[in-house]
Design a protein around this ligand. Structure first.
Ligand SMILES: NC(=O)c1ccc[n+]([C@@H]2O[C@H](COP(=O)([O-])OP(=O)(O)OC[C@H]3O[C@@H](n4cnc5c(N)ncnc54)[C@H](O)[C@@H]3O)[C@@H](O)[C@H]2O)c1
Length: 268
């Protein structure tokens, strides 16, 4: 039995990178999957490629920051498949400006928060009633370890992800009455178009692989594995959590600050 058989999922920004990895995997696990994606070519490619494999896939071109676009996407899921069980708030941007906060262009700050935070709120507002009508389900917010650390010269991104973690908590309590679980996947280092400029720096990939305690950066499969667990019925008692999918990066950072040593019992 496939792990998401009978479920309907909406993945935002599902045309590329981690979103595409999750959307493809959801299809392979038996779900009917729609993506809401701003770039038309990759939106159509998702639908074409998965339909060709006999999966139920729908590519919807739209923008998570526009309520009408999101409303229409949820309506399309309901009209085609009659229900919605899971939403992945994955669409995200880092911002164009590489500047510290004091020099940050306000329009860039606003855009990052609009997509990463307000977009997730808008999608939650429109998807939650539909998930409630299906008897409950799951909302997954894609956050980042930069919510707990920093992202050099990309402060708006870190702040947006920290706020999204807070949105996860708030929504998890408010939506529990509808049996909707809301969790964050707090990701470490993955290589996608979002950060390809970083991986173009000679030696950067090798350096990162050495830094991650598990010995490598994450893969699309690592990300999709956790998303399937959170979207499916194996996680029905899990809500309001932020799960660090980072190969041990945050654990190592905490250890190196001595924080763990301080909170461990002295007898250890
Ligand atoms: N790649 C990493 O290392 C990493 C680490 C931590 C968190 N994340 C988070 O994971 C998520 C996916 O990241 P990725 O690395 O796959 O990025 P990506 O740039 O490869 O993919 C993001 C997708 O979102 C789409 N998108 C952007 N704005 C949109 C909008 N307004 N409406 C609809 N679609 C929109 C893009 O077109 C793109 O297809 C993001 O939220 C990102 O912040 C990524």
């Amino acid at each position: 039995m496939k792990r998401l058989a009978g479920k309907v999922a909406l993945v935002t920004g599902g045309g590329a990178g981690l979103g595409r990895g999750m959307a493809d995997r959801f299809c392979a696990e038996g779900a009917s999957v729609a993506i809401l994606e701003i770039k038309p070519d990759i939106t159509h490619d998702f639908e074409r490629a998965n339909t060709a494999q006999g999966y139920e896939a729908l590519g919807i071109v739209g923008n998570v920051t526009q309520p009408e676009s999101v409303r229409a996407a949820v309506a399309q899921c309901i009209s085609r498949w009659g229900r919605l069980d899971a939403l992945v708030n994955n669409a995200g941007v880092t911002g164009a400006s590489h500047a510290d906060l004091v020099d940050l262009d306000l329009s860039d700050w606003n855009r990052v928060l609009e997509v990463n935070l307000t977009g997730a709120l808008i999608c939650t507002q429109h998807a939650a009633p539909a998930i409630r009508d299906a008897g409950g389900g799951s909302i997954i917010n894609m956050t980042s370890i930069s919510a707990r650390t920093t992202y050099p010269s990309r402060g708006a991104y870190s702040v947006s992800k920290a706020a999204l973690e807070s949105l996860t908590l708030q929504a998890s309590i408010e939506l529990a009455k509808w049996k909707i679980r809301v969790n964050s996947m707090s990701l470490g280092w993955f290589r996608t178009a979002l950060n390809e400029d970083t991986y173009q720096i000679p030696g950067e990939l090798a350096k990162r692989n050495l830094t991650v305690p598990i010995g490598r950066i994450g893969t699309l499969e690592d990300c999709a594995n956790l998303a399937v667990f959170l979207a499916g019925d194996e996680s029905t008692y899990l809500t309001g959590e932020s799960i660090e999918l980072d190969g041990g990066l945050i654990a190592a950072a905490l250890k190196s600050t001595g924080l763990l040593a301080r909170i461990r019992p002295v007898t250890e």
